[in-house]
Design a protein. Structure first.
Length: 144
């Protein structure tokens, strides 16, 4: 979609919903991000929760939530911590503190190695499709 068409679509949506254009555009990117994550192999272990899930997935509330709450199954993120604990819940307060500390240490590396490549690949493909679409439109305009 061209930049002008995108602006026009957002303006129409803003007029119909009474929501500001910048929030609608953010909403588009939230939905794109969720679709990207959940359609990847990461989606198998992700849980979408919180206010945005109540609005987007279930239509229970009609407000725009500023954040997206996601939880990743610790059994996939840190199987060595969980071991054979089927519930994947710490058994003691000290074990909980240890798991929390370990996950916080590992999370940046996991995000950089697992999440960022998925998002970058999808963003690149989106950009490439938009560029190809602009090229086709400009080529067809020049032929006229």
């Amino acid at each position: 979609m061209s930049k002008d068409n995108r602006r026009e679509a957002l303006a129409v949506a803003a007029d119909r919903t009474g929501r500001p254009i910048h929030l609608l555009e953010k909403d588009v990117w939230v939905v794109w991000t969720l679709q990207t994550l959940f359609s990847s192999k990461l989606g198998e272990h992700l849980v979408f929760k919180g206010g945005t899930s109540l609005s987007k997935a279930y239509g229970v509330i009609k407000r725009f939530s500023e954040d997206v709450d996601l939880t990743y199954d610790i059994r996939a993120l840190a199987p060595d911590l969980v071991g054979d604990n089927d519930e994947a819940l710490p058994k003691t307060r000290s074990e909980e503190k240890h798991w929390t500390s370990e996950v916080r240490k590992r999370l940046p590396v996991w995000v950089a190695g697992s999440v960022e490549p998925v998002m970058a690949r999808c963003a690149f493909n989106l950009f490439r499709r938009q560029s190809a679409s602009r090229t086709i439109r400009s080529t067809s305009t020049m032929k006229r």
